[in-house]
Structure formats: C-alpha cells, structure tokens
Design a protein around this ligand. Structure first.
Ligand SMILES: [Cu+2]
Length: 147
C-alpha cells in the first residue's frame, strides 16, 4: 500500500512536470509568431478599453516600432452582423483621419495583431468601430507615439 502511494505521488509529479513543459512550450510558440513587444488591451463588456494598472489607459509607442497587440474582447450589448463585438481603429487625434493598417474587428476572446507604430510622433486615438452599446461613443483610448 505504501509503495502504491509512492508510485502515485511520482506519477503526479511527473504529470505536473509535463503540464509545466506544455505550458512553457505553448508560450514559446506564441512568442515565436509575435513580431515585437506585446501590448495587452481589454475591450470590455461595458464598452471601455482597459489596460492593466492604468485608470485612464494610454498606450505609448515608439515611432515605427513593431508591436503585437493582444486584445481580449468581451461582449457588450450588441454584436455586429459578422460576429464582431468591438472594433479597434487608430486615428490621428488632430483630424481623426485613419492610420493605415490599424483597423481591426474584434471577435469574442483573445486575438493578436502584428502592427507597426506610426512613423509620425504625436497623439493618436484608438476608437471602437462597432456600435457595441449605448456607451459605444465613449469607447476610445489615447495612443501616444514617441520619437
Ligand atoms: Cu463600441
């Protein structure tokens, strides 16, 4: 009986090791696909963009920097016809003209987008493009591009 429990214990430790290894491997392969620094954003159920540890989320980027946006989207009230629950589009703050290649539709869950920061330093604004709820108009966040 004692021998048996020892065996079980060993098996448990081994399984734990394998699980850890699998976890390490999956993060490693994810990173291999990403092209640069990770920026984590939450597109929340109350129609707000959030970043960890920031009360008023601001993303700071270096001009021309390659980054990977990892956006977690949680459904608000409305869903687009194509299943998108929020959008994420970058605009120039001064005239609200769109920044090319920074226009994403967000499906529920986690998605990653490889993008290059604008080459022009200045203030930008990221806005939601899906009318996700009555609070949709206020769903935006500041993006600052540093030289
Ligand atoms: Cu919205």
């Amino acid at each position: 009986m004692r021998k048996c429990s020892l065996l079980l214990k060993r098996m448990f430790v081994w399984q734990l090791r394998m699980a850890l290894l699998a976890l390490c491997f999956s993060t490693w392969t994810q990173n291999a696909q990403a092209q640069g620094r990770f920026i984590e954003i939450l597109a929340d159920h109350d129609s707000r963009f959030r970043t960890e540890g920031q009360k008023h989320p601001v993303i700071k980027l270096k001009a021309g920097e390659k980054i990977t946006l990892r956006i977690t989207a949680k459904k608000a009230k409305n869903v687009n016809r194509d299943g998108a629950i929020h959008g994420f589009t970058l605009l120039h703050a001064k005239d609200r003209s769109p920044v090319p290649e920074w226009d994403f539709e967000l499906k529920p869950g986690v998605q990653e987008f490889n993008v290059t920061a604008p080459s022009e330093p200045g203030e930008y604004i990221a806005v939601c493009t899906v009318v996700c709820s009555e609070e949709h108009e206020g769903m935006n966040m500041k993006v600052v591009v540093l030289p």
